[in-house]
Write a protein that binds this ligand. Structure first.
Ligand code: HEM
Length: 229
C-alpha cells in the first residue's frame, strides 16, 4: 500500500475534507455552548451527527482513500506501523496510515455515542428532539431498564419516603418522576463520559497527526484542507 509521494496527487475528496472541518467546528461549538446556549448546542450536535452518519456511509461507497477498506488494516499491520514510528522508520501510506485508520473508527464511534446520549438526554430533559415521546420503545430505554436500577440503586434506597409519596401523587400513583430523575442522571453521566473520552481521542488524534507529519515530512493538515498530498 505504500506509494511514491514524488508527485502531488489528489487524496481526500471534498466530502472527506468538508466533513472533517465541519466535525471539528461543530464538536467545539457544542463543547463550549452546553446548557448556556442549548439551541446552538443541540443544532451543532445535529449537524455533527449527520456528518458522522454520512461519513459512515461514505466509508463504503466513497472515493478510494475514503473507504474503510482502504485504511482498516489487521492488528499486526497496526502494531508494525506503531513500532516503525518509534524507530522512525514507519512505512508511508498515501491515505490514512494503519494507526490513524483505527483512530478514525474510534472517533466516529465515540462521536456517535456522544450524539446519541445527547439525544436521549434532550428527550428526557426538554421532551424535544427525534427521541422525544419514544418512551420504552428505543434501544436506549432497554439499556436504561437494565442499567439504571444497578447504577443508581443506592440513590433510590436513600430517598425520603415522603418525597416518594409526593412524586407518586404527581405521576398518578407511579414513581415515574423518580425514574425520570434516574434516567436523566444516567444519560447525563453517559453524555459527559463519551464527550470526555472523545476529547481524549481528539488529543491523541492531533498528536498522531503531528508525529506522522514530522516523520514523513508532509503537511497532513494542509492535505486535509487542499485534498492533495
Ligand atoms: C484542530 C484539530 C485537528 C486537526 C489539526 C486534525 C487533522 C486531521 C488530519 C490531518 C487528518 C488526516 C489524517 C491522515 O492524513 O491520515 C484528520 C482525519 C480525521 N479527523 Fe481530524 N483533526 C483535528 C480535529 C479533529 C476533531 C475535533 C475530530 C472529531 C470531532 C476529528 C476527526 C477526524 C476524522 C473522523 C478523520 C478522518 C477523516 C476522514 O477520513 O473522513 N479531527 N484530521
Amino acid at each position: 500500500m505504500s506509494e511514491s509521494k514524488a508527485n502531488s496527487i489528489q487524496v481526500w475528496d471534498p466530502v472527506v475534507r468538508i466533513g472533517h472541518w465541519t466535525l471539528v467546528t461543530t464538536f467545539f461549538i457544542a463543547y463550549f455552548t452546553e446548557d448556556d446556549l442549548l439551541t446552538v448546542h443541540v443544532w451543532a450536535g445535529y449537524v455533527l451527527g449527520a456528518v458522522v452518519l454520512f461519513r459512515l456511509v461514505w466509508g463504503f461507497v466513497g472515493t478510494r482513500h475514503a473507504r474503510f477498506s482502504d485504511f482498516l488494516k489487521s492488528p499486526g499491520t497496526v502494531v508494525a506501523y506503531l513500532k516503525g514510528l518509534r524507530k522512525g522508520s514507519a512505512e508511508h501510506y498515501v491515505g490514512h496510515n494503519p494507526a490513524g485508520g483505527i483512530m478514525i473508527i474510534l472517533l466516529l464511534l465515540f462521536l456517535s455515542a456522544t450524539v446519541y446520549t445527547g439525544l436521549e438526554l434532550y428527550a428526557i430533559e426538554e421532551n424535544a428532539g427525534p427521541l422525544a415521546g419514544l418512551d420504552g420503545a428505543g434501544a436506549g430505554d432497554t439499556v436504561l431498564a437494565v442499567l439504571v436500577p444497578v447504577a443508581y440503586a443506592s440513590d433510590d434506597d436513600s430517598s425520603d419516603d415522603s418525597n416518594s409519596n409526593d412524586s407518586d401523587e404527581r405521576s398518578g400513583g407511579h414513581r415515574n418522576s423518580d425514574i425520570d430523575e434516574d434516567a436523566e442522571e444516567f444519560w447525563e453521566d453517559l453524555h459527559v463520559l463519551f464527550t470526555n473520552l472523545t476529547l481524549l481521542l481528539i488529543a491523541l488524534h492531533v498528536t498522531g497527526v503531528v508525529i506522522s507529519s514530522r516523520l514523513h515530512k508532509e503537511n497532513l493538515v494542509k492535505a486535509m484542507l487542499t485534498g492533495k498530498k
